[in-house]
Design a protein around this ligand. Structure first.
Ligand SMILES: Nc1ncnc2c1ncn2[C@@H]1O[C@H](COP(=O)(O)OP(=O)(O)OP(=O)(O)O)[C@@H](O)[C@H]1O
Ligand SMILES: [Mg+2]
Length: 153
């Protein structure tokens, strides 16, 4: 478990996680409305070296940016709840990019089985609790590294 007390802590988490990411990595962000999924995505994009403003992709579903070494694909699948439409996700996932997905449960059938899930829970005001789940050895190593760097217990 990782305790977040404010936006600065969330930025630190985003930077720490990003240090361990490489091409093809897929990060699923879980959490209620307003938990901070888009906020964390913005910090990950910033850590990847994206210079453009990163806005919520709720309307467009997928937005892509150039980072320093890797591209950044930011998805919000909230609007696919009814349809589960395949927007060509494989091409994004196989790209020289990091992909971060909000509301990934609505495209569950298109997700690779190996991924890193970041659960964000609002505790109160600016406090958040983060737990990480990894499937596959690659992501297990990332989880271990981030928890070693930041874990509060
Ligand atoms: N520690 C924190 N981490 C992240 N966001 C925080 C934190 N403290 C306060 N906030 C605020 O909470 C809000 C989180 O909104 P955000 O759009 O990131 O949520 P979301 O999970 O993407 O919601 P949605 O499900 O609507 O996409 C922002 O206004 C942000 O500034
Ligand atoms: Mg959002």
């Amino acid at each position: 478990m990782i305790s977040i007390n404010n936006l600065q802590d969330m930025e630190t988490f985003g930077h720490c996680l990003t240090r361990y990411l490489s091409a093809g990595d897929i990060i699923l962000l879980n959490g209620d409305l307003g938990a901070g999924k888009t906020t964390l995505s913005q910090f990950i994009g910033k850590a990847l070296g994206v210079k453009r403003n990163i806005n919520s992709p709720t309307f467009n579903i997928i937005k892509s940016y150039n980072g320093k070494n890797l591209k950044f694909h930011h998805m919000d699948c909230y609007r696919l709840e009814e349809s589960e439409e395949d927007l060509g996700f494989d091409e994004y996932f196989e790209d020289n990019a990091v992909t971060v997905i909000e509301w990934s449960q609505f495209i569950s059938s298109y997700l690779p089985s190996n991924n890193l899930t970041v659960n964000i829970q609002t505790t109160n005001n600016d406090d958040r609790t983060i737990t990480i789940e990894a499937s596959g050895t690659h992501y297990a190593r990332i989880k271990e590294a981030v928890e070693r760097d930041l874990s509060s217990n």
